[in-house]
Design a protein around this ligand. Structure first.
Ligand code: FE
Length: 224
């Protein structure tokens, strides 16, 4: 398996070197935030968002670009880098930074000013089908975020049986690796909330659902 992975990497490296791949080799950029830095106040402060986006996420992108050059992974899409590095222990730091880049980009779009509350559209029907009611879903999502041990993410996904599920993942792990379609995510790393809420993680996950969740984004992901 390891030999196969290296062959794939070499081949993709060849594609990159030969100009077949369209992406600029080894160059990922921080995607623009979909709103102003203070747009999520009073729930997430400008201070938290600026550290989270411009320091933490930027650091993942910078580290990824450096590693991609060092490991000869230029010209490969972010999703391919995540897949390849997830099964090679020698590429653990590549995986961590690539997946955290992907996860954060998904997280920014999972929030919006004046968001949250009970959704509308197809996502509500699926939530009711899977959890019985929005209120039950809300409680289970808050519990999943509150009880996750350590750092990670809480996802709303469509699983491989086409059923909605709440899935907590640790560190940088993500639905892409588990045959699940991500619809919405809440960042449960302390840097996402500690400046505003300190140890009150439950307050942060609750306000995420009640005031920030971007259900339009979830509905769009559902139809992809
Ligand atoms: Fe984060």
């Amino acid at each position: 398996m390891k030999k196969f992975i290296h062959v794939v990497i070499l081949y993709l490296g060849f594609l990159s070197a030969s100009g077949v791949a369209q992406q600029t080799p080894g160059f990922f950029t921080l995607p623009p935030l979909p709103y102003q830095m203070n747009a999520l106040e009073p729930y997430i402060s400008e201070r938290t968002l600026s550290f989270h986006y411009a320091k933490h996420h930027q650091a993942n992108v910078d580290a990824l670009n450096k590693l991609v050059q060092e490991k000869g992974l230029g010209g490969i899409s972010l999703e391919e880098i995540i897949q390849i590095s997830s099964i090679d222990s020698n590429l653990k730091t590549v995986f961590n930074n690539a997946a955290q880049d992907w996860n954060h980009t998904f997280y920014w779009s999972s929030m919006m000013p004046k968001g949250g509350g009970k959704p509308t559209g197809p996502i509500l029907a699926l939530i009711t089908q899977a959890f019985g009611s929005y209120e039950e879903f809300r409680q289970q999502f808050i519990d999943a975020g509150t009880n996750l041990f350590g750092s990670g993410w809480v996802w709303l996904v469509l699983d491989n049986t086409n059923t909605l599920a709440i899935v907590p993942t640790s560190d940088a792990d993500l639905p892409l690796l588990h045959n699940q379609k991500p619809l919405l995510v809440c960042d449960i790393w302390e840097h996402a909330y500690y400046l505003d809420y300190q140890n009150r993680r439950k307050d942060y996950v609750t306000l995420f659902l009640d005031h920030l969740a971007n259900w339009d984004f979830a509905n769009q992901n559902l139809s992809k």
